[in-house]
Design a protein around this ligand. Sequence first.
Ligand code: IMP
Ligand code: MG
Length: 175
Amino acid sequence: MSERLAPLISAQRIRRRVAELARQITEDHRGTPLTLIIVLKGATVFAADLMRQITVPFVIDFISASSYRNSTRSSGTVLIKDKSGLDVQGHHVILVEDIVDTGLTISSIIAELQALGPASLDVCALLHKRVDGAKPVEIRYKGFEVPDLFVVGYGMDYAERHRNLPGICKLTLGP
Ligand code: IMP
Ligand code: MG
């Protein structure tokens, strides 16, 4: 199958927006212990840029969830791994995610983490896809709204490829 890539959000626009998000997170967390929990793998590039511009102290941890498994449509079930060692109780937690699509992944992670007793739990997502019938998710720190397209780049993949693109592109599959 052929793949076509079309630019959607440039590296420069991402850089500017990520700086704004980091400023906002910094302002909101002066004097409060902050934990960033990064959702593997897609959010790693975003998180690496974001965290280097947050100027209050924080700790990081990782969680792994997947609902896609090598297709461009959500499979409807979410597997959550790597949550056993998370030290969340009493911490102000921000979940760092690449993209909220149907909302299923982030909602499942939120439910699991709420059960661990954080002081607060917010979502920072680089992208929010506008899809019909999506679960409503409150995204306190949101990078961009995007239409219902499949996107790759800046950490996001299709079957593990294209994570290394500096900007975000629309991917279409052809015959
Ligand atoms: P949701 O559970 O439908 O909200 O899907 C969210 C997860 O699916 C994200 O963590 C992404 O890893 C992945 N995902 C959703 N849409 C895209 C996309 O357009 N490109 C790449 N990954 C996506
Ligand atoms: Mg993901």
